[in-house]
Design a protein around this ligand. Sequence first.
Ligand code: ATP
Ligand code: MG
Length: 871
Amino acid sequence: MDAKTIRNTFLNFFKEKQHEIVPSAPMVVKNDPTLMFTNAGMNQFKDYFLGNKIAENTRVTDTQKCLRVSGKHNDLEEVGIDTYHHTMFEMLGNWSFGDYFKKEAIAWAWELLTERYNLPKDRMYVTVFEGDKDDNLEVDAEAAEYWKEFIEEDRILLASKKDNFWEMGDQGPCGPCSEIHIDLRSDEDIAKIPGKELVNADHPLVVEIWNLVFIQFNRKADGSLVSLPAKHVDTGMGFERLAMAIQGKQSNYDTDVFQPLIQHLAKKAGVTYGNDEKLDIAIRVIADHIRAITFAIADGQLPSNNKAGYVIRRILRRAVRYGYTFLQFDAPFMYELVDILAGQFNEVFPEVEAQKDLIQKVVKQEEVAFLRTLEKGLKILNDLMDTHKSEKVIPGREAFALYDTYGFPFDLTSLIARENDFGVDEKGFNEAMQEQKNRSREDAASERGDWMVVHEDDAVEFVGYDATNCHARILRYREVTEKKKTIYQLVLDQTPFYAEGGGQVGDKGTLTSGEEKIAIFDTKKENDLIIHFANKLPSNLEQEVYCEVDTARRKLTENNHSATHLMHAALQEVLGEHVAQKGSLVNDQLLRFDFSHFQKVTDEEIAQIEKLVNEKIRENIQLNEQRSIPIEEAKAMGATALFGEKYGDFVRVIAFDKDYSIELCGGTHVDATGQIGLFKITSESSVAAGVRRIEAVTAEAAEAYINEQLALLNEVRELLKNPKDLTKSLTDLTEEKATLTKEVEALRNKELQAMKAAIVQEAVQKEQYNFIAKKVSLPNAQALKQLAYDIKAVVDNVFLVLAADINGKPQVAVMIDEEVVKTASLHAGQLVKELAKEIKGGGGGQPFFATAGGKDINGLDAVIEKANGLA
Ligand code: ATP
Ligand code: MG
């Protein structure tokens, strides 16, 4: 069975059991402060488990893109070293939301594995939760009972909380689980050690393939467990491990999921995979990491310097380093693998093929940038290991310097160190990091309390598309402390407040409770809850509140949001269909839009885009909003959907003239485009390889922007005495200036020559030298120096003192022929100091030439007098 068939067999099996096949959620998580990347199939269904939302389908199945590189689930260190943990992997799952429970979940899992995939029963083991004293939980006898129907009792093993109690994070839904493990060893090996002894013992050939989780609790912030109102099933099976078992391989990397990547890499490096463990690890790491990077970019997460973007950058650098050190890849190579992935996943995850060009560009540029510094960084690291070879530890501060200057993530430094039997002082590294940014300390100091329920009611309605005010009841609230500041978050049963999303900022406004007015300073989403941010709580939480959105701010924001849609369509028309949104910010001041495009947008294109958008504004096109239409229908209408965005079965479609702009969008918009008034692009720039950014303003802000520009122009016009043709006048002026500058220079030069000639004439022959002391007037210090050298060039054995007025500032220069310095033992540096006293200044220099500046321009005559006295 090839990989595609294995995946489809799973989905179709559960479809037969009345499950709906749903798409994977994006791998990059938005709207959840507790999670950066999807790390399990259940993430996207969290709200159903918590009871925040009612599932439309109580049985669903899917294959979920997961990434386990941060937070509670982090497998990064194992990846490539072992053969069955990946950074990015697919998790096949079936779900019951308050529908079936342990009995069916167990029976179906067994049926699928043994009857459809024909996996051998005598190679499988199952585990059930043994109970836990601290949590006051009994052994899961129920699950064990069901298993006994299918499998011999001695293949049912008890397992501890660590392995068989699944929790998504520190807080949230959780429950006991029952896992299925498979023994892939040879008969001889099995004869030596029975498989049951190797279950949950990190043996690469006795691995867990499927985890059936029975969600029945919610873990609260204080660590206690509460029973959930309804029981759910959440299962997760590693697709790549399943493929290994079915295809009779001993490593995930030997399946057709990875072989195309592996063979490409081996060929490129001129090696054979499977001959040398060190090289094999490098090849596996690269084959694994490129998947994580590709899918992250496809979901809209570009590599960057912070948060999720930095995690992706680190993974990429890790892979590049393995290639560089072990496979001698010193030019970009990762980007070539994107093509293979696009083909492999065309059917399930078409987002890769659709954005192939962009992904390749971004990956390649990252590679180029990192390879440039890698070489230097590695050399420094080698030197460090040389310096610290006795203690075998790289100091934390040095590791931090590598990170700071050469972009070496800490885990990369420790990885290389480990390969050389070195440690790295992590504490020191962290201290250095801490010092550099106190910011991270503040970020860490965030504490969120449990939700306090005021009214038991789960229906939360957003009325903000139609109204900007309404009455509401407070359903729940909690206290959150961030950066030492305590704020309150409130959930209402209905609200006109738009929660930040789709680039649009959250609404501000007020809640009125009796006589009290409470400011709402932001509104955000957490999963599907709309959360209102306030600095205090109403004193009576039971009382109904009156919600009012700051409508002036909302209106300006809507102008910018609708203008973003008009511009998006204009970009596609002017630049081409390849333009895809990569980021968006819409607030009451401006709109910012990032999109894929491979070169600078020219001035002409900008003008065309502005023209098109302003035309659409003047047409005063009515908003066509369809609130709840099936996603397939919306797509058929040609609505633009964003990559990496999570859409439900029913979507909202926003159109301004169906043939011009039609997008899936949850934001708020103008009733008709005329309200936008005016659209003006204020800047165009680059944010990353293949990604451009445009900022623009609308309505009053656009008017203000244009007026500012016009005022500037007027000022210039006035300065030029209101010429008829401003451009010509300015060109003439600059040309004239250039000519004049040249003339002035020529004249000055002439003057200098004449001055020089006159001064030379004044040389007085003394016994040991030809003496000159002269007061001069010069444009700058450079001219003084030049004059001194010029005179020296034509007067033999010169002893020259020049007292100069340089634009009103006094300076003295002394020049003495090198021969004279010796024979008359004179020292220009000492002389100039003495002379400078007359101009209240000081200076110095070499024996043959020295200068000094001063404060008293009236002292120049005295300088000459003194010089004459010295001669
Ligand atoms: P393990 O103990 O092997 O790390 P786990 O207990 O972390 O697995 P679960 O969180 O139960 O795994 O995830 C469900 C299934 O997903 C596992 O049974 C396994 O098949 C698969 N899986 C988990 N982590 C990975 C990974 N890093 N790479 C590939 N597959 C994985
Ligand atoms: Mg794990």
